[in-house]
Design a protein around this ligand. Structure first.
Ligand code: AP5
Ligand code: MG
Length: 193
């Protein structure tokens, strides 16, 4: 099996994870896993996963780890079999220490390595401005507040987790989309056309 590189995009709601993942997957020939997009699609199509996840997503809480870990597992196995893909951007995974440990265990079994964990840093007020104009169902002000709180309590501890492993790169997310992309490319020293 071929070797795969993984980039992890961390950062609060609205920090630009999805936007940057779209830009960079195209530049790097990577595949993009947005756990949030996948969950919303499952909810829309009323799949078993969608039915289980709906109440968490609509309240801005995290979906239970075991469901998300299974999702990540099958996604990575599927990508491993696609010869043309050179890496994966994980956008919105992991979000808990348990998920991060599950990812570590998974990649130990495969020829995969985490190249970098990019933390998109942005002040809360900017987040509110960005998301209040978008109109996704979980973008109501009280839900944004809850998503931010969930982020601080459950996801932010990952910054230390990955810093301890010398994998963390902090990026100023409060710049134009193009400048954020350039900062990421510089941080990971990627060669792009
Ligand atoms: P998810 O869909 O991942 O939502 P989120 O983390 O809250 O983040 P967003 O998607 O809102 O923001 P983003 O950082 O992708 O920014 P974006 O590029 O869109 O998760 C949704 C839910 O799913 C969670 O609440 C949870 O319930 C569940 N879930 C997901 N993952 C899970 C997990 N691992 N475990 C358990 N549960 C999970 O940009 C935001 C806006 O800003 C856009 O309008 C964009 O156009 C604009 N923008 C982007 N960049 C810039 C810029 N540089 N300048 C100006 N505007 C910009
Ligand atoms: Mg997103």
């Amino acid at each position: 099996m071929k070797s795969l590189e993984v980039l992890i995009f961390l950062g609060p709601p609205g920090s630009g994870k999805g936007t940057q993942a779209e830009i960079l997957t195209a530049k790097l020939n990577f595949s993009h896993l947005s756990v949030g997009d996948l969950l919303r699609e499952n909810i829309k199509n009323k799949t078993v996963l969608g039915k289980l996840a709906a109440r968490y997503v609509s309240s801005g809480e995290l979906v239970p780890d075991e469901l998300i870990i299974d999702l990540m597992d099958s996604y990575i196995m599927n990508i491993k079999n696609q010869k043309e893909i050179s890496g994966i951007i994980l956008d919105g995974f992991p979000r808990t220490i348990n998920q991060a440990i599950a990812l570590e265990n998974k990649i130990k079994q495969l020829d995969v390595n985490i190249k970098s964990v990019l933390n998109l840093d942005i002040p809360d007020q900017k987040i509110l401005n960005r998301l209040s104009g978008r109109g996704r169902e979980d973008d109501k002000p009280e839900l944004i507040k809850n998503r931010l709180e969930v982020y601080r309590n459950q996801t932010e501890p990952l910054l230390e987790f990955y810093n301890d492993r010398s994998l963390l790169d902090s990026i100023n997310g409060d710049q134009s989309e193009a400048d954020v992309s350039s900062s990421i490319i510089n941080a990971i020293k990627a060669e792009v056309a």
